[in-house]
Design a protein around this ligand. Structure first.
Ligand code: BES
Ligand code: ZN
Length: 454
């Protein structure tokens, strides 16, 4: 029946998806604030059009939150809270996109656009599953609440107060999130671990203005050289982070987990070939999958200063800046790591420099239960859609709100996503497999049918 709905409505659904993906809802760019608002309205209108009962757009200090509910399954029926985000990451470098990021193109069974896999495509498939169930029965098997926000990609700064203030409205038996990948094409997975994030910016200032490097070079310390030096000291040759205390709270991988991980289908050669790298690189003593899913790391995300235009300009710059982020694992805390980072940077910056350290945003890492009623329903639902039992996996990305549902609402979270790690999330030519889009609709509808309270 759900598959029949998909066959009968494919073209219309893809037209709607195209509309949604055309809205440049980049949450971090102030100049796109209006588009983010328009996107919230699009989502809210869509919730109304598929049959949800009460839909509201809640303004926040930042971008709005869309909330929509259908509670007519009754008080004794279970309640599922779906969480997703309609905001997207910036699009640069724009020149590396084959097609413009907000002009969606369907090619080779995929849709290409910013937000296709992360997370608009996955949010949209939920709306289609709900629509299909309404068309099938005129009702849903469970009460459904939808919480779709516009600030996930900037760390969800306004969501925690919102959840606290609307605890009763958001009360549920399980949280369902589709903002993660499946392990490999055709192999569904339930993610039970996400890394956290601590995103910092460091600015060094040397002389009070840019200087002629001939006149002053040799007499005045150069902030770019100094910053490069500071960054070089943050990791040792074994890929270990050298910030004092950084590993204190890291929960070690259990032997069972390492055995389970080793059984997952993974080919290091294929991995390297796809990225055109000679070999992987990371913390010594761990496999690639362990390093991305369950070990912390530190990366420079951007660095600038001095002259970067065409040709050569002999300048000794006044300033150098870097954006540096650390992926965290249970039980590290983003606030503590930020303090340790700042303290360490201040300790190693040479006395020739003034330093500014800011904490841009962060997220705590999360582990979700592997045996909840929601997970049981998701296992069956994914089997229905893919004809295969899902594997359990841990992923390296972050969903800032994940832990909050557990702490504020005391509801377990199920991470049942449909993306692929190869779909260029956050990079040029982001896309989403239409096969997983359709399987996602089947799985989501099945999840609602399978979810029971024991
Ligand atoms: N969809 C991702 C989270 C994700 C990515 C989970 C890959 C598992 C695997 C999400 O939209 C995201 O990108 N989150 C940000 C959060 C950050 C800005 C606080 C991230 O991980 O960079
Ligand atoms: Zn993302």
């Amino acid at each position: 029946m759900i598959r029949g709905f998909i066959d009968d409505n494919r073209e219309r659904m893809l037209d709607e998806l195209k509309e949604l993906l055309s809205i440049p809802s980049i949450s971090t760019e102030h100049s796109n604030a209006k588009d983010v608002q328009i996107c919230a309205e699009w989502i809210a209108d869509h919730c109304k059009s598929i049959g949800m009962k009460r839909t509201e757009i809640y303004p926040t200090k930042g971008h709005p939150i869309v909330y929509s509910e259908w509670l007519e399954a009754g008080e004794d029926a279970p309640t599922v809270l779906f969480y997703g985000h309609y905001d997207v990451q910036p699009v640069d470098p724009l020149n590396l996109w084959t097609n413009p990021p907000f002009e969606p193109v369907f090619r080779d069974g995929k849709v290409y656009a910013r937000g296709a896999t992360d997370d608009k495509g996955q949010v949209f498939l939920h709306l289609k599953a709900i629509e299909a169930l309404f068309k099938e029965n005129g009702s849903l098997p469970v009460n459904v609440k939808l919480l779709i926000e516009g600030e996930e990609e900037i760390g969800s700064p306004n969501l925690s107060p919102f959840i606290r203030e609307h605890k009763e409205m958001l009360r549920c038996d399980t949280v369902l999130i589709s903002d993660t990948p499946i392990f490999a094409p055709g192999l569904p997975s339930l993610v039970y671990g996400l890394r956290g994030l601590c995103y910092m910016e460091v600015e060094l200032t040397g002389p009070n203005r840019d200087l002629h490097s001939g006149t002053f070079g040799g007499a005045v310390d150069n902030p770019i050289n100094a910053l490069a030096n500071v960054i070089a000291q943050l990791k040792d040759g074994y890929g270990r982070i050298r910030i004092p205390g950084f590993y204190d709270d890291v929960l070690p991988l259990t032997e069972d987990e390492r055995t389970d991980f080793a059984r997952l289908p993974y080919d290091e050669k294929e991995y390297c070939n796809a990225l055109e790298i000679p070999f992987t690189f990371g913390e010594f003593g761990y496999t690639t999958y362990e390093r991305t899913g369950a070990r912390p790391t530190l990366d420079v995300n951007g660095i600038w200063g001095g002259f970067t235009g065409e040709g050569a300009k002999t300048v000794l710059p006044s300033k150098a800046t870097a954006k540096i982020s650390m992926r965290l694992v249970p039980n590290q805390k983003t606030e503590i790591i930020a303090e340790q980072f700042e303290k360490h940077i201040r300790a190693i910056v040479p006395p020739t420099m003034k330093v500014r350290v800011s904490n841009l945003h962060g997220a705590d890492p999360a582990l979700t239960p592997r045996d909840s009623n929601g997970v049981k329903a998701a296992v069956k639902a994914l089997e229905t859609a893919y004809g295969k039992k899902p594997v359990l996996s841990r992923e390296g990305g972050s969903i800032p709100v994940c832990l909050l549902f557990d702490t504020i609402l005391s509801a377990p979270t199920v991470l049942m996503g449909f993306g692929l790690n190869s779909e260029n999330a956050h990079s040029p030519d982001e896309h989403f497999s239409l096969d997983n889009f359709e399987k996602g609709i089947v799985a989501t509808a099945a999840f609602y049918k399978e979810f029971v309270l024991e």
